[in-house]
Design a protein around this ligand. Structure first.
Ligand SMILES: CC(C)(COP(=O)(O)OP(=O)(O)OC[C@H]1O[C@@H](n2cnc3c(N)ncnc32)[C@H](O)[C@@H]1OP(=O)(O)O)[C@@H](O)C(=O)NCCC(=O)NCCS
Length: 164
């Protein structure tokens, strides 16, 4: 798990206000049986189309992030798609690899007001070749089919109780 300094409520509201008013960002709520349990988004980072997600801690380890990312990838066919995860964030790297992302390198990420300096894995999801031979491209094949039918994603509601 990566170390993150939580935002204050005021900073959280301002952050999400900016995200939700930015037409270039797709931000989706993750619902399990209509209960919001996290969020997932697609945004530009350093000019590259990227994904990020967050699941409330009490819902970890139930396949929800994997299911949500699988759904997002179906909704958003844009490729290549990029992601960064702290090298120590093995759960997130696993989610990405299970969804076909592959690690292309590592970099040192400088400390910010939210994160200490850390090494990050850089991952990318490339287009599937017409013959569907992802293994030949070095991409990890999903290790399991989607097994969490109650989870789905929808546009994030204006008022939210899940903080990041
Ligand atoms: C990372 C995070 C999104 C994972 O969400 P989740 O719903 O628990 O993930 P899933 O249950 O879909 O899958 C987790 C996978 O990681 C694996 N995993 C979890 N912890 C692990 C660890 N310490 N070492 C190795 N694998 C681990 C699980 O076994 C599972 O893999 P599997 O499906 O092949 O068995 C969640 O912990 C989170 O929101 N963390 C805080 C925010 C964050 O880190 N966001 C990502 C930033 S890049």
């Amino acid at each position: 798990m990566a170390v993150v300094n939580p935002r204050t409520q005021e900073a959280f509201n301002a952050h999400w206000g900016r995200i939700l008013s930015n037409a270039d960002i797709t931000a989706l709520a993750i619902l399990v049986e209509e209960v919001p349990v996290g969020h997932i988004s697609c945004f530009k980072m350093e000019g590259l189309d990227s994904v990020g997600y967050w699941i409330a801690r009490e819902h970890w380890g139930r396949g929800i992030a994997t299911r949500a990312l699988t759904l997002l990838l179906q909704l958003m066919p844009i490729r290549p798609l990029h992601a960064h995860a702290a090298s120590t964030n093995l759960g997130s790297i696993r989610v990405l690899r299970n969804c076909g992302f592959r690690i292309t390198g590592h970099q040192l990420s400088p400390a910010t007001d939210r994160f200490p300096e850390c090494e990050e894995a850089i991952l990318v999801l490339t287009p599937t070749r017409p013959d569907g031979d992802e293994a030949a491209q070095g991409a990890a094949s999903p290790t399991h089919a989607v097994q969490f039918p109650p989870a789905h994603v929808q546009p994030w509601p204006a008022a939210s109780s899940t903080k990041d």
